[in-house]
Write a protein that binds this ligand. Structure first.
Ligand code: NAD
Length: 286
């Protein structure tokens, strides 16, 4: 079998087009254009690229850019004060603190300054709790993007065996909860899991977010399974994921590439979250 390739770039473009239309409709209905405040602390080159792309695509969708850049040696109090200002600013619909922040900062305490209704990364304790309870809220962008890819490809989740590799608060944990919300039978595997390949082979839907290059090979994939690779690793010959694409493509039914799979979806869902936040704040979410 040769797997069908999931084109995340194409789905992401459609999501961004929908968001742009939604922004135009909000403004036409008397609302104001959503404002996105990306907050970058320090000069990490990878973070700078991510933030630049988020800003470019948000303005392309008709949003207002409220980017803030703090020096790498900024103090905790000063960083918290900036987040408090953004939280109080009615022009700012969404706040995204680019992680990781420099080590001397307490990033949990910084995220805690972002009000849940502006938490477009879905990382606040309130939004995480709403997700855990299966109630509406802003969802973390990467797992939300994976769910959108699965929906766009009509992947049947009700009753399916789903395995998520990774249990981080940003990806693995919310991913498992979103799959559970769609009635999958979910297993979370992680660094202490015994016989990872055997656990993964149970999966009709396998989502890999371990951050280990080439972790998953053909021996860990059930024939015909849907495999989603969240991992991103920058090598000298370009980007790679956690999944050995070529060999898994011989076994899987559907497979995301890296690049061009989950990555573009993350920013698209950030824009969707920012529009949703603006609509709610402006009373246009009916
Ligand atoms: P993390 O390091 O916070 O978490 C990794 C998780 O994988 C942990 O829960 C750990 O238990 C598990 N793990 C580690 N080694 C393992 C092993 N050998 N076997 C099984 N499980 C193992 O990372 P994260 O923030 O969740 O990100 C995971 C990957 O996804 C990274 O490569 C990251 O760059 C990528 N990522 C991509 C996007 C995107 O937009 N595509 C967004 C966020 C993260």
């Amino acid at each position: 079998m040769t797997a069908r390739r999931i084109d995340g770039s194409a789905v992401a473009r459609r999501v961004r087009d929908d968001v742009a239309r939604g922004v135009a409709e909000l403004v036409a209905a008397g609302g104001t254009a959503p404002g996105l405040a990306t907050v970058l602390v320090g000069d990490d080159p990878a973070s700078e690229v991510y933030v630049r792309n988020k800003r470019r695509l948000s303005t392309e969708a008709g949003m207002v850019d409220h980017h803030r850049h703090l020096p790498g040696d900024v103090g905790q109090a000063e960083a918290e004060a900036l987040l408090d200002d953004l939280a109080a600013d009615p022009a700012v619909s969404g706040i995204l603190l680019q992680l990781p922040t420099p080590r001397h900062l307490d990033s949990d305490a910084l995220v805690a300054r972002i009000p849940a209704e502006k938490d477009v990364d879905g990382l606040s304790t309130l939004n995480a709790g709403l997700l855990a309870q299966g109630r509406p809220g802003l969802r973390p962008c990467t797992p939300a993007g994976v769910m959108r890819l699965l929906a766009e490809h009509d992947v049947d989740l009700a009753g399916a065996e789903a395995v998520v590799v990774g249990r981080s608060p940003l990806v693995g944990k919310p991913m498992a909860q979103l799959l559970l919300g769609q009635h999958a039978t979910v297993t979370t595997a992680h660094s202490r899991t015994r016989d990872l390949a055997a656990v993964c082979r149970r999966a009709d839907v396998l989502v890999v977010a371990a951050g280990i290059p080439n972790l998953i090979g053909a021996d860990a994939v059930k024939p015909g399974a849907t495999v989603v690779d969240v991992g991103i690793h920058r090598g000298e010959d370009g980007l790679h994921g956690d999944v050995r694409y070529d060999e898994v493509a011989e076994v899987a039914g559907l497979l995301t590439p890296v690049p061009g799979g989950v990555g573009p979806m993350t920013i698209a869902m950030l824009l969707a979250n920012t529009l949703a936040a603006a609509r709610t704040q402006q009373g246009h979410d009916g």
